[in-house]
Design a protein around this ligand. Structure first.
Ligand SMILES: [Zn+2]
Length: 287
């Protein structure tokens, strides 16, 4: 495996913080050239760095995941995020974080995901919602696997009659008449919600002006769905901000009238933010 020296590691960490967990194609190319390695070797060499973005106050088990997107040429980090004093079911797994990161930041076709530990059953199910689930290659310390090998006899979107897939869905053409940013409206339109139909997204603004977004990503097995608030907090973590220290100015959650299901869980995970974590909650009506 390619070895990354300390100076290069620091540079990658800073670059990742600035781009909210994205290793842009230029840097990917620079690193493969500098380390004289291929893309997959680089993905695996980056895993210990991705794992540094994990916040695991409960397990102290730091998981890193690195996705490569064939279309943009970018890599996307993921790391686990645990919430103190909340139900364990609310944590964000590293694989979810990486897929969410890729999705939020415009990846089109995830071809490989490297992980520094075997994915749990929950994550295998989360990956099964991807548009590329049939061709995805999973790079583990023990070797290379297809999702079919890791999740035989699967239950997936088609079992519920859903023809859509995560990463392949385009924005819904809906009017959103709310006093929120245009960027947040677009995130709401891009939510992947084939089961509950609750188009939902979150925006988190820091006092220094940086803005983060999260979208609702549902799953055919329901429980592995990623809530918009967990999604945005994961993005915050991949920018190197710890939940306890981030200086948050405001958090906004948008849901679809008649389908709301996110307010309680959003308030629960927000208790991990320091200071005022009160939530601006908006509901819009689809015409
Ligand atoms: Zn997992």
């Amino acid at each position: 495996m390619a070895l990354i020296d300390d100076k290069t590691e620091l540079f990658i960490i800073e670059s990742c913080k600035q781009s909210h967990g994205v290793i842009k194609a230029d840097l990917v190319n620079q690193l493969t050239s500098q380390l004289n390695c291929d893309v997959e070797s680089l993905q695996q060499a980056l895993l210990p760095i991705a794992a540094k973005f994990a916040q695991a106050p409960i397990s102290s088990f730091y998981v890193g995941a690195v996705i490569f997107d064939k279309i943009t040429g970018n890599m996307y980090f993921g790391a686990n995020l645990e919430f103190k004093h909340q139900a364990l079911s609310l944590v964000v797994h590293a694989e979810q974080a990486a897929i969410n990161n890729a999705w939020i930041n415009g990846a089109k076709e995830i071809t490989t995901i490297a992980i520094n530990a075997a994915p749990c059953g929950f994550c295998r199910q989360f990956m099964n919602e991807l548009s590329t689930a049939g061709t995805l290659e999973i790079l583990l310390p023990t070797g290379r696997y297809s999702l079919e090998e890791l999740l035989p006899c699967d239950f997936g979107p088609k079992d519920l009659g859903n023809q859509e897939a995560l990463m392949a869905k385009s924005a819904e053409q809906v009017e959103i008449s709310l006093p929120i940013s245009e960027q947040l409206k677009e995130q709401v339109r891009l939510a992947y919600v084939p089961y509950s139909k609750n188009m939902s997204a979150a925006e988190l603004v820091l006092t220094d002006g940086r803005v983060f977004y999260g979208r609702y990503a549902e799953n055919a097995a329901y429980s592995p769905s990623l809530s918009p608030m967990s999604s945005v907090l994961s993005q915050l973590a991949l920018a190197g901000e710890t939940l306890a220290d981030a200086k948050v100015e405001r958090v906004t959650l948008v849901e679809t009238k008649g389908c709301e299901n996110q307010k309680a869980v959003a308030e629960a995970v927000l208790t991990n933010l320091n200071g005022d974590s009160s939530l601006l909650h908006h509901v819009f009506e689809t015409k």
